[in-house]
Design a protein around this ligand. Structure first.
Ligand SMILES: *Cc1c(COP(=O)(O)O)cnc(C)c1O
Length: 364
């Protein structure tokens, strides 16, 4: 049986008619950028996350760099970020000429609150938390530390739509929550998309101006902004997906439970949520010291896997200028060497999943 790491077609066909009807309605409306679909999506997503405002943008990366721009974080400022995040989190910081200060993650692949306090300097302005793999970080401790030290808090929720800590949605804890709607994300568009969420009216207003060339009134520009508009087609399709997100998330939680219960190979480690955290299982990430052999073995059985991520940001070529070396972040580097994302997608059948579970359990 051939099993791919992700199947975005399944998520489409599940609600095919609804998606197609919405796409046709937008095409026929004659209005394609910043219209009713975008403003309705913004309202509905803010309500879903539990923030007062949501502003649609063109991508998750845009949400990140615009977030730091709106918080006036730039040259000479430091932002504390976990070392095992996706490159976009870090680029959101460095695109503003601010300096990322990497810290080691906790055993749940999330931000370690103890590491934040150890790394605060007079230049520290903000903390960026990534709820990696869709597992919420320990937000009670993190929020308390940010309050105590008067640090801004930004959440990278590109993988965590719907994940909660102590019953509160990720994306509503900090000054700004940053979301991506890249097609493979839990709330995926059919192209590019992103958004910020916030309770700060000033930030929401400034973001709406910034995303549209710094203009509120057409052809009058208040600030040097950018073009980062969520388009009507994507917003409309996202509204369809959002209306089913609860079900889609529950389906992923069930899949994760089946993996938790089914995988019992002593040389495979399964992911563990922090106390108080929920997961929406953007990825189901196991770890194994013999990872390369495991990948080959699964490949032979036509089971596709992905490494999220093989090279941590501090060792990427693009960040050589930061001056980090191999060995600087042993936990982060170890994670990059042993993690493996196994197939996880809406529409995965029990038969497909059992095939994966049995293959993993038979690995020696
Ligand atoms: C996908 C992702 C992003 C970037 O989102 P894009 O929409 O691809 O720009 C940022 N951070 C994390 C953790 C992601 O997974």
């Amino acid at each position: 049986m051939k099993i791919m790491p992700n199947r975005m077609d399944r998520g489409f066909f599940k609600y095919q008619k609804e998606f197609e009807n919405k796409a046709l309605a937008v095409l026929r409306s004659g209005w394609y950028v910043l219209g009713k679909e975008v403003s309705s999506f913004e309202e509905e997503f803010a309500s879903y996350v539990g923030t007062k405002y949501c502003v649609g943008l063109a991508s998750g990366l845009d949400a990140l760099w615009i977030a730091f721009r709106l918080l006036h974080i730039g040259a000479g400022d430091e932002v504390i970020v976990q070392g095992n995040t996706y490159i976009a989190s870090v680029m959101g910081i460095t695109m503003n000429s601010a300096t990322p200060v990497f810290v080691e993650p906790d055993e749940h692949y999330g931000m370690d609150p103890l590491e934040i306090e150890k790394n605060i300097t007079s230049k520290t302005k903000a903390v960026l938390v990534t709820h990696l793999y869709g597992m919420a970080s320990r937000m009670d401790e993190i929020v308390a530390i940010c309050k105590k030290h008067k640090l801004r808090l930004v959440e990278d929720c590109a993988q965590s739509h719907g994940a909660k800590f102590n019953n509160t949605m990720t994306g509503s804890f900090g000054d700004i929550g940053c979301f991506s709607f890249y097609p493979s994300k839990n709330l995926g568009a059919f192209g590019e998309g992103g958004a910020i969420t916030t309770n700060d009216e000033g930030i929401a207003k400034a973001c709406k101006v910034f995303r549209n060339y710094g203009s509120q009134k057409r052809y009058y520009n208040e600030v040097v902004g950018t073009n980062s508009r969520l388009d009507e087609l994507q917003a409309g399709l996202l509204r369809v997906r959002l209306s089913h997100l609860q079900d889609l998330t529950e389906e992923r939680v069930k899949l994760a439970q089946r993996y938790d219960e089914g995988i019992n190979n002593p040389i495979i480690k399964k992911p563990v949520l922090a106390n108080g955290a929920t997961g929406v299982w953007h990825q189901y990430v196991i770890s194994c010291e013999a990872r390369e052999r495991l990948i080959d073995y699964l490949n032979d059985k036509e089971i596709g896997t992905i490494i999220h991520y093989p090279v941590p940001p501090h060792l990427q070529e693009c960040y050589q200028y930061l001056g980090h070396q191999k060995g600087d972040y042993p936990i982060t580097e170890k994670i990059a060497n042993i993690v493996l994302s196994i197939p996880m997608y809406n529409g995965m059948t029990d038969e497909e999943q059992d095939y994966v579970i049995n293959a993993i359990n038979d690995f020696r």
